[in-house]
Design a protein around this ligand. Structure first.
Ligand code: HEM
Length: 446
């Protein structure tokens, strides 16, 4: 059969080590480009224990996104799948469809509208406590912590305190090892990750138990957060989720729901600092909202009005997609682009394939929010949230939180980057190596 061209690399390890090293250097794009130049935009490799075909074009994206359950199914590396056993990440077919519907009862705009004000207040409190009065702060760790607090509040109503601190530390362990070769031996990142996930499950189980009691005694309400939505069957499910399903899904959402957003706001602040004309437009838009709102909490309508700021955020997601690409598995033998992909092979799409291609984004390294005006990018070229039935269900939540954060930051502070050339590595999300320190001053334009 006519397999795609490419190399399987080393026995067993394949090209995993080179790929993971390229991630840490923020050079995934170079890893892929080197192979695309040699083999074309469909090529084979071997990653984390499986043969894999990379589809590196809008047509490839469309093929993978539109053939879920027909030719392909989502298929995360085994490290991730083992850690998030019962979550939506590992479900396929009807089970995935049902679970997605359930999660969207909370994550769809109609439900999220009720939570904008709470997210706004948490962000404002965080900035007041940890940023105000400081001459210099590290953006990335603080943004991560703030957005973790937002996710904890909106998903499980867990406020700041020792329990949240402990949970956060375990999440850091979980995330560091979740995309590694799954060798469960003392000292490996994967082992630490697995231990972290067990601690998280223990803490979340106590939150679930307490909530059941509080719901029964009327101390908690059925619509106060994601956990109540899941426990109270708000979508009228026939088969309620088991505790371990609820636990794993909340763990997965807390993981997916804070780091990616923190990457986006951190790098957005960087691009705005490097592009003062864009910063001025963002500031103008946000100050207009403040002028009309006074000190009232943000509303859903305010989020809809942040059009320029969202374009700037999308441009940041284009240049630094927080989740660079994801995996599918061939559930039958596939013909694509004149090649045959055997059943069981992994398939990989990556946002960089199109985000950095001058054919779809002229002058691709330039930060240019105007690309998203009018009709915006061509179909299947701007894909930071993936696509098709497995597209990120947290995209509206992400938009709401990123914009609420930006609103509060620019309203309260002016800032300068300490190091305009600070390196960004991917580990496993894009991460500025020094945490992106910035100098702060109170906002002088009101
Ligand atoms: C800027 C922020 C975010 C980015 C760039 C992002 C990106 C992605 C991408 C690329 C995927 C894979 C899609 C695919 O395979 O086609 C994904 C899946 C997922 N994301 Fe996000 N995400 C973000 C924020 C969030 C948030 C805030 C949540 C939760 C509230 C979330 C929850 C999920 C879940 C549950 C999945 C798995 C969906 C499935 O397998 O069906 N994400 N995300």
């Amino acid at each position: 059969i006519n397999l795609p061209p490419g190399s399987f690399g080393w026995p067993l390890l394949g090209e995993s080590l080179e790929f993971l090293a390229s991630q840490r250097d923020n050079a995934c794009y170079d890893f892929m480009e080197k192979r695309v130049k040699k083999y074309g935009d469909t090529f084979k490799t071997h990653f984390l224990g499986a043969p894999m075909a990379v589809f590196y074009s809008p047509a490839g994206n469309r093929f993978l996104f539109s053939n879920e359950n027909k030719l392909v199914q989502t298929s995360w590396p085994s490290s991730l799948a083992k850690l998030f056993g019962n979550s939506i990440l590992t479900k396929v077919g009807d089970e995935a469809k049902d679970l997605r519907k359930t999660l969207l009862t909370f994550l769809r705009p109609e439900a999220l509208q009720n939570f904008v004000g709470r997210a706004d207040t948490i962000i404002r409190d965080h900035l007041t406590r940890y940023w105000v009065g400081k001459e210099e702060v590290k953006t990335f760790p603080l943004a991560k912590r703030c957005l973790f607090t937002v996710a904890c509040a909106l998903f499980v109503s867990l406020g700041e305190g020792p329990e949240q601190d402990e949970l956060y530390d375990h999440f850091m362990d979980l995330i560091n090892g979740m995309l590694q070769i799954p060798v469960d031996l003392p000292g490996t990142l994967y082992r630490k990750s697995r231990i972290g996930s067990n601690h998280i499950r223990r803490i979340l189980q106590s939150v679930i138990d307490k909530r059941r009691e509080d719901l029964a005694s009327g101390l908690a309400s059925s619509d106060q957060d994601l956990l109540s939505y899941l426990l109270c069957n708000v979508d009228g499910r026939e088969n309620p989720l088991s505790d371990s399903d609820i636990n794993d899904n909340i763990m997965q959402l807390l993981m997916a729901g804070h780091d990616t957003n923190a990457v986006a706001v951190t790098l957005l602040l960087k691009y705005l600092a490097l592009n003062p004309h864009c910063y001025r437009q963002v500031l103008q838009e946000q100050l207009n909202i403040t002028r009309e709102n006074g000190e009232k909490q943000l509303q859903w309508d305010d989020i809809q009005r942040m059009k320029y700021t969202w374009n700037a955020a999308q441009e940041t997601l284009r240049l630094n997609p927080p989740a660079g690409g994801t995996w599918r598995k061939a559930i039958v033998e596939i013909s694509y682009g004149g090649f045959t992909i055997p059943k069981g092979w992994k398939l990989f799409w990556t946002a960089n394939s199109t985000h950095k291609n001058p054919k779809y984004f002229p002058d691709p390294d330039k930060f240019e929010p105007a690309r998203f005006e009018g009709n915006g990018p061509a179909p299947y070229t701007f894909v930071p949230f993936g696509g098709g039935p497995r597209m990120c269900p947290g995209n509206e939540f992400a938009r709401m939180v990123i914009l609420a954060f930006l609103h509060n930051i620019v309203k309260m502070f002016e800032y300068d980057l300490v190091d305009v050339n600070e390196k960004v590595i991917v580990d496993p999300f894009p991460t500025p190596v020094d945490g992106q320190p910035i100098k702060l001053r109170p906002q002088s334009k009101k």
